[in-house]
Design a protein around this ligand. Structure first.
Ligand SMILES: [Zn+2]
Ligand SMILES: [Zn+2]
Length: 134
């Protein structure tokens, strides 16, 4: 049975930088669609080889001189998660709770809410990537 701590960790995972394993600080987006804190990207850049850096997530190679776009929405979500901790989270969490209580309360409305919640970050990323590629 899922506890609320586990539910919280689902969201926390989405908001965790894969490099420093901490909540995103000033997240920026690589052209491959992966987000990293600006300090983490700067560190990668300082170790870049022939002006290229590799995305730690997908190993795609990018020009290290490229301008990274700040992911404002992700920054806001991560900041909110860090600062307020609870209030914003509680709404998402209650949706998750409904979803994870594998009982009769589970209906299509809850499932669609859950998927909408999970899709938010993907949509943010997709939107930013498509704008960058235009
Ligand atoms: Zn980081
Ligand atoms: Zn990547």
């Amino acid at each position: 049975m899922a506890t609320s701590a586990e539910d919280r960790s689902v969201l926390e995972e989405e908001l965790t930088c894969p490099v420093c394993l901490d909540l995103y600080r000033d997240p920026h987006l690589l052209p491959c669609g992966h987000n990293f804190c600006l300090p983490c990207l700067r560190r990668l850049k300082s170790r870049s080889d022939h002006g290229r850096l590799r995305c730690p997530e997908c190993r795609q190679s990018h020009r290290s001189s490229a301008n990274w776009q700040k992911n404002f929405k992700l920054a806001n979500i991560a900041d909110g998660f860090r600062r307020r901790g609870q209030s914003e989270l509680i709404r998402s969490q209650s949706v998750l709770n409904l979803f994870t209580q594998k009982t009769a309360v589970l209906n299509t409305k809850h499932i669609s809410q859950y998927y909408r919640f999970c899709g938010i970050l993907a949509q943010i990323n997709a939107g930013l990537v498509s704008r960058m590629n235009n």
